[in-house]
Design a protein around this ligand. Structure first.
Ligand SMILES: Cc1ncc(C[n+]2csc(CCOP(=O)(O)OP(=O)(O)O)c2C)c(N)n1
Length: 199
């Protein structure tokens, strides 16, 4: 799965949405393909990937076929895509995956299971209390987990830095054993694909 294929996939889903073929919310990625491909070079088949409502790229890069993914999205499941066979779990609740991902990493460590956990969160989610608790617990127990903070600068339509009165976010620029932070810009709105669709 290369950059052009990722972009083409999101464009295809945008088109289906704007033609009212998807009767449920979609959240598309854009302009972060290079960062995603780089991150996924470190993610092995046996590792778990946790995502938010925005997860098409993770699914494709973890090996879910375009055909199956498209079918699930058309069935209205874009917002919470889960593929246990591919070790992909998503939730549309802000912060919802964080304690589950942390708990799984804890369990893997205790049971000596060779599987790392990768947990993707938006920059607003990364400012919530649950992120700080999960990171603290993960660091203090040296858990096999890595958090990826994806900064598109917005929490839905609100400027995240303005919302918190912060010039620099908590994990901005971070790169260590537990965190990767990257910045990207969305060409699509927070949800949908730019055209108001009335069902
Ligand atoms: C508990 C909860 N509160 C509010 C929402 C509504 N909501 C959905 S996405 C979102 C903003 C999240 O922003 P960020 O974490 O930066 O992720 P992005 O969508 O930009 O990738 C909010 C507030 C929700 N889904 N869950």
């Amino acid at each position: 799965m290369d950059k052009q294929k990722l972009i083409a996939f999101e464009n295809k889903i945008a088109d289906l949405f704007n033609k009212a073929k998807i009767r449920a919310p979609i959240h598309l990625y854009s302009n972060n393909e290079d960062q995603m491909i780089k991150i996924f070079k470190k993610i092995k088949k046996n590792d778990w990937v946790f995502c938010s409502w925005r997860s098409h790229y993770q699914c494709l890069l973890k090996g879910v076929s375009e055909k199956i993914l498209t079918k699930e999205i058309i069935a209205g499941k874009s917002i919470s895509l889960c593929f246990p066979k591919h070790k992909i779990y998503s939730s549309a609740i802000v912060g919802g995956v964080l304690p589950i991902a942390t708990g799984l990493a804890f369990s893997n460590k205790i049971q000596k299971i060779k599987s790392k956990v990768f947990c993707f969160v938006g920059e607003m989610t990364a400012e919530t209390g649950i992120m700080h608790e999960c990171l603290k617990f993960s660091k203090n127990n040296n858990l096999p987990i890595h958090f990826i903070v994806e900064d598109n600068s917005k929490s839905v339509c609100t400027d995240t830095r303005k919302a918190w009165s912060m010039k620099k976010l908590s994990f901005e620029g971070k790169k260590d054993k537990f965190i990767t932070y990257y910045k990207y810009s969305l060409k699509y709105p927070h949800a949908g694909a730019g055209r108001r669709v009335q069902f």
